[in-house]
Design a protein around this ligand. Structure first.
Ligand code: NDP
Length: 282
């Protein structure tokens, strides 16, 4: 029988612990405060920013959203980030991606103080992630590891195959899986004979962004499949995995929607709390 890895339920369960932590901080007079900078008018970003706002409100995390026009210059973004970096009341900062083409995302992200870098995307925090000395991790990757542990999926010695090598999903997830003693392969658009490699996966993660990309002929029977993809087909949200044909073959699988999406926003908030605790030395 295939087990559904229910991200929505897990996020709810995890949210109770997070809420307890936030309440404890507030009793000590500490009010976690998070800032999101969104530059331009990307429609998907607007949805993600709203989702974060709702989640922060629900947990009682203070959140400021800075909506900047597409014409914002690098100097203007830097000035805002510098001000937030210096404000002792602010515990976490993130810049929503993608940003307008005239801005260099690496330069903008690197302007964030690593101690306030909720997304874990500054070069300092990426380095720490690969060194094993990290204190904040990109939320999707951290959430996937926590979901696997919650469902009792052992990573030690397992073959983990990740399709996608982005800085926000594929690469950080590879670092965290390696830390859990898995054997990790990262596949991408130049990988030859993809299915030969995906068929070796005890745990297969797809973070490509193409509906129906992972088909049954790419699966090792009994595998655990994590579908990170978010695609819109005929107005419906679907993942990368051809769910109907793949799910009967596997041991566990995440649905879309209700899989990795709710976990990502949950673990973003956990990042805010981790940084807040660290800033207050608790
Ligand atoms: P990117 O576009 O940055 O990365 C996509 C990756 O897929 C790239 O590494 C690319 O390879 C690879 N790829 C593309 N085509 C192929 C192919 N034919 N064969 C093998 N690999 C291929 O995307 P993100 O990592 O930002 O996001 C991936 C998906 O996950 C998207 O649908 C996004 O919306 C979703 N997402 C979902 C989240 C959630 O909370 N559920 C959070 C973050 C993202 P190459 O590097 O060679 O171009």
């Amino acid at each position: 029988m295939t087990e559904l890895l229910n991200g929505k339920e897990f996020a709810k369960f995890h949210g109770q612990h997070l809420q307890a932590e936030i309440d404890q901080l507030k009793e000590k007079g500490i009010f976690p405060h998070f800032c999101v900078i969104n530059i331009g008018d990307d429609p998907a970003s607007a949805v993600y920013v709203r989702t974060k706002k709702r989640k922060a409100e629900k947990l009682g995390i203070q959140q400021d959203i800075f909506q900047l026009p597409s014409s914002t210059t690098e100097a203007e973004v830097f000035a805002l980030i510098d001000r937030l970096n210096q404000d002792p009341e602010i515990n976490g900062i993130m810049v929503q991606l993608p940003m307008p083409k005239h801005l260099d995302p690496e330069k903008v992200l690197d302007r964030i103080d690593p101690e306030k870098d909720v997304d874990g995307l500054t070069s300092t925090n990426v380095g720490r992630l690969w060194q094993g000395s990290h204190f904040v991790e990109p939320a999707t990757a951290a959430g996937i590891i926590a979901l696997l542990k919650h469902y009792g999926v052992e990573l030690t010695g397992k073959n983990c195959v990740i399709i996608g090598r982005s800085n926000i999903v594929g690469k950080p997830l590879a670092a965290l899986m390696l830390e859990e003693n898995a054997t990790v392969s990262i596949l991408h658009s130049k990988t030859q004979n993809l299915a030969r490699l995906t068929k070796t996966a005890d745990i297969l993660v797809s973070a490509v962004g193409q509906a129906g990309f992972v088909t049954k002929d790419m699966i090792k029977p009994g595998a655990v499949v994590i579908d990170v993809g978010i695609n819109r087909v005929d107005g419906k949200l679907v993942g990368d995995v051809a769910f109907d044909e793949v799910s009967p073959l596997v041991k566990m699988i995440t649905p879309v929607p209700g899989g990795i999406g709710p976990i990502t926003v949950e673990f973003l908030m956990e990042g805010v709390i981790k940084l807040t605790r660290r800033q207050y030395g608790r």
